[in-house]
Design a protein around this ligand. Sequence first.
Ligand SMILES: Cc1cc2nc3c(=O)[nH]c(=O)nc-3n(C[C@H](O)[C@H](O)[C@H](O)COP(=O)(O)OP(=O)(O)OC[C@H]3O[C@@H](n4cnc5c(N)ncnc54)[C@H](O)[C@@H]3O)c2cc1C
Ligand SMILES: NC(=O)c1ccc[n+]([C@@H]2O[C@H](COP(=O)([O-])OP(=O)(O)OC[C@H]3O[C@@H](n4cnc5c(N)ncnc54)[C@H](OP(=O)(O)O)[C@@H]3O)[C@@H](O)[C@H]2O)c1
Length: 452
Amino acid sequence: MTVAEPRIAIVGAGPAGIYAADILLGRVPNASIDLFEKLPAPYGLVRYGVAPDHPRIRKITDALHEVLVNPRIRLRCNVEIGVDVGIGELRAAYDGVIVATGADLDVALDIPGIDLPGSFGAADFVAWYDGHPDVSRTWPLTAESVAVLGAGNVALDVTRILATHASALSHTDTPDAVLDQLAASPLRDVHLFARRGPTDVRFSAMELRELAEQDDVDVIVDPEELALDEHAERMVAQFSQRRIIVRTLTEWAALDPASRTASRRIHLHLRQRPVRLLGSDAVTGIEMERTASDELGRMVGTGHLLRYDVGAVYRAVGYRSTPVPGMPFDGDLGVVTHVEGRVVDAEGAPIPRLYATGWIKRGPVGLIGSTKSDAAQTIGHLVDDLDALEREARDDDPIAHLTHAVDFDGWLRIDAAERSAGADRGRERTKLVEREEMLMHAKHEQMMEAGR
Ligand SMILES: Cc1cc2nc3c(=O)[nH]c(=O)nc-3n(C[C@H](O)[C@H](O)[C@H](O)COP(=O)(O)OP(=O)(O)OC[C@H]3O[C@@H](n4cnc5c(N)ncnc54)[C@H](O)[C@@H]3O)c2cc1C
Ligand SMILES: NC(=O)c1ccc[n+]([C@@H]2O[C@H](COP(=O)([O-])OP(=O)(O)OC[C@H]3O[C@@H](n4cnc5c(N)ncnc54)[C@H](OP(=O)(O)O)[C@@H]3O)[C@@H](O)[C@H]2O)c1
């Protein structure tokens, strides 16, 4: 028996999948990797989640590109696992299958009125402004006053993009149609609601400060909502990030109202949780309840209700993953069932050759960098298992039939088309958004060859 080079499939070309490929090749240099991605472009949420006004973070794609250049990795975009190829087929054809499909949906918020027109999920809005190929090209930016629910970094992204004047994004890769619609938005007020106090928000201090760094946008904080209870005092004393957040909010709360002359305002409300959306045919307002912390720092309702007139509500209360057909999925936790990245069945037994990494493994929390350590754990187990696996040389090519796939060169052609469209406008790139247009660029050379 000849022992073959290990053949590994990775599903999802977001940071988790790409870092997993890189770490695997560091540990097993003769491995060959097929990396499948359902979109015509790689990079996952780095391309379709990170806000366009965060170019430094977007630049992480340069490092991810360097990984993809490795000839031992065959990128196959425009291939959806579970639709075009089944997980079972991959397991039969590869020595290991790593699922890194991330999270792309909004967590539900089960309150009355949430299904009214004018109620939106952050994940959908983000996908729209970041030019995701599979979402609507138009967004109803008709409200003068909107509410954003949630106190994580996604809530801040959504708040900032809603409040930003479109001209401030004109140098970014934002699609033209998005810029045009943002420019026509009549928005004046964004009400951002955190359900806990200032030391229990999830967003980071740096992202918070950015809210006030935009031209012609004021941030307004009610000093009364900043009062620190015993629990908050303890948090401030212990954690520097908490101190910075409280200091920032305190500075904003102390600003002279006469200095607030901007045409757009962000009202940052603390200790208020959503009760219901108001309106019969569409959102006309939101009812909130004031909260407090009990002696253990737990949030409790006070029964004090407040109403705000808003024409739209964006919930940024977390992401959730889409299950991949053929993969065991824990619906409560919203992740693949696994033990340290080894996918397990209902009895907890590892399913041979099946692994997970990234947000589909860990849940939708953590920065891009944390997908690296995550991948290292999963790859550690995969490498141990490979050593024990009996492998035979195979001369079939499991991806030969995927003629609709966009390979690395195809992606480079899309990339070149975006850079060229951007250069015409003095930017680094302008994103292509239509799937067909992306595929047309990807396949251009092949079509030319076929026509010769
Ligand atoms: C709005 C938003 C903004 C963020 N901004 C930042 C930031 O500024 N800085 C930071 O450090 N972190 C940020 N993050 C967090 C960061 O994006 C995540 O930590 C990271 O993207 C998770 O990586 P992943 O590879 O697990 O998932 P993803 O990035 O979601 O990648 C998963 C990939 O799998 C593909 N896929 C899914 N299903 C299939 C299938 N069936 N077949 C084939 N392919 C499939 C998807 O298309 C996607 O490309 C942000 C997150 C969000 C939601
Ligand atoms: N610039 C960046 O670095 C950046 C940008 C975007 C995202 N990210 C990262 O991506 C990850 C996901 O971010 P995220 O913002 O989606 O998630 P998150 O950090 O988990 O925040 C979710 C927020 O929703 C709130 N929430 C949940 N259920 C609620 C309810 N029923 N009513 C009101 N509020 C509710 C939570 O409040 P409680 O805390 O009270 O539960 C929390 O404030 C995070 O790790 C984040 O740091 C980073």
